[in-house]
Design a protein around this ligand. Structure first.
Ligand code: ADP
Length: 340
């Protein structure tokens, strides 16, 4: 019995015009015991959700014992927020992950560059204030930026994109940054509003990892058109990325989908595919949360080599599996946002 079949069954029932599958906060299947946590949009719906879920699952094979619990759904938007739209930016997209090291910056950079290759005007903002890696990935390690007469920062340029990173403001590459939350927040907001982005089709913001105050405050300050979440197929990464998805949903940012990074490895000698971190886990997660998988990027040693040398893989090796995956993801993202 797969989680997928359970979600399909739940998807056939609706409560308050929402599919039951969309209300699943967490799902756990151990042996024949199924534990389901539903988000509760309103207290009065508890019995209806329970009854419809049990009825949807009564004929599902392999599930003997069903435990259902509820968590109140957070209001999507508090009236206290006043979100500002970035002038001149058609679509602001954030790229987030629950955990560091899953390839978030690599994915953000290659999606941004793919969008640029598709003919869009693109900006890339490195939100990783503590360990900015985008300057290295784009060959801008020693780049510094200046301000114009209106005190607006003039962004750097690489491969046709406008780029901003805190790395461009540091005296040297090795200068450590000891900034606390509020300063970090201030810097990010300033990079969004006080950089001379000009008019852009897409501004891609590579968020710092995690689901902390910075991400939340940011989400409440500017209007964000969509979030892309990056994960590897490892349980530790997935459990953290769930938190990121929940956070985006709670603050009303549409999650465009999931990028599965380091999905598999193709042996150069035999051509065989190896699912080093496991197969199917990201799909099950995406289905449980009603999300689309935007693409799966393989582990390719060339990705880290090209990142270190300052020419991202979509530029240096257009025929590689990963470059094709990134281009495919960019197309889906562009289509989805242009359709809205
Ligand atoms: P994060 O932003 O999540 O901390 P990075 O994008 O900095 O992660 O990636 C961490 C390391 O993993 C980098 O050295 C990067 O080149 C490498 N990497 C990322 N994705 C892949 C991949 N699909 N195949 C091989 N190496 C990868």
């Amino acid at each position: 019995m797969a989680v997928r079949e359970i979600m399909d069954s739940l998807g056939k029932q609706t409560v308050n015009n929402r599919k039951l599958s969309e209300l699943v906060k967490d799902i756990k299947l151990v042996g024949d015991k199924l534990e389901l946590i539903f988000r509760l949009p309103n207290k009065n719906l508890e019995n209806e959700i329970r009854e419809k879920a049990l009825s949807a699952l009564k004929d599902v094979e392999g599930v003997e014992d069903i435990e259902i619990s509820f968590e109140m759904e957070q209001p999507v938007q508090s009236p206290a927020f006043h979100r500002t739209r970035l002038p001149g930016i058609k679509h602001l997209i954030v790229v987030g992950s629950g955990k560091g090291g899953v390839g978030k910056s690599t994915v953000a950079t290659n999606i941004a560059l793919s969008l640029s290759k598709l003919g869009y005007k693109v900006g890339l903002l490195d939100g990783d204030i503590y360990g900015p890696s985008i300057p290295t990935m784009l060959g801008l390690k020693n780049q510094r930026v200046e301000v114009d007469k209106f005190n607006r920062i003039i962004p750097a340029e690489a491969f046709g994109m406008k780029v901003m990173s805190v790395g461009f403001l540091l005296p040297s590459e090795d200068t450590p940054l000891i900034w606390r939350g509020p300063m970090l927040m201030k810097a990010l907001t300033q990079f969004l509003f006080d950089v001379k982005w000009g008019s852009l089709d897409f501004l891609i913001l590579d968020l710092p990892p995690g689901t902390g105050d910075v991400q939340l405050t940011l989400a409440q300050t500017v209007e964000i058109d969509g979030a892309i979440v990056v994960t590897t197929p490892q349980d530790v990464a997935l459990s953290d990325v769930k938190k990121a998805v929940v956070m985006f949903k709670e603050v009303g940012i549409p999650v465009l989908g999931v990028v599965e990074n380091m999905a598999y490895f193709v042996c150069p000698e035999s051509g065989n595919k190896y699912y080093i971190f496991g197969k199917g886990k990201v799909l099950a997660f995406a289905q449980a949360y009603g999300l689309k998988i935007l693409g799966s990027v393989p582990i390719e040693p060339e990705i880290s080599e090209t990142s270190d040398s300052g020419v991202p893989i979509v530029e240096s090796s257009t025929n590689s599996q990963s470059a094709k995956a990134f281009l495919g993801i960019a197309k889906i993202v562009a289509e989805e946002l242009e359709r809205r």
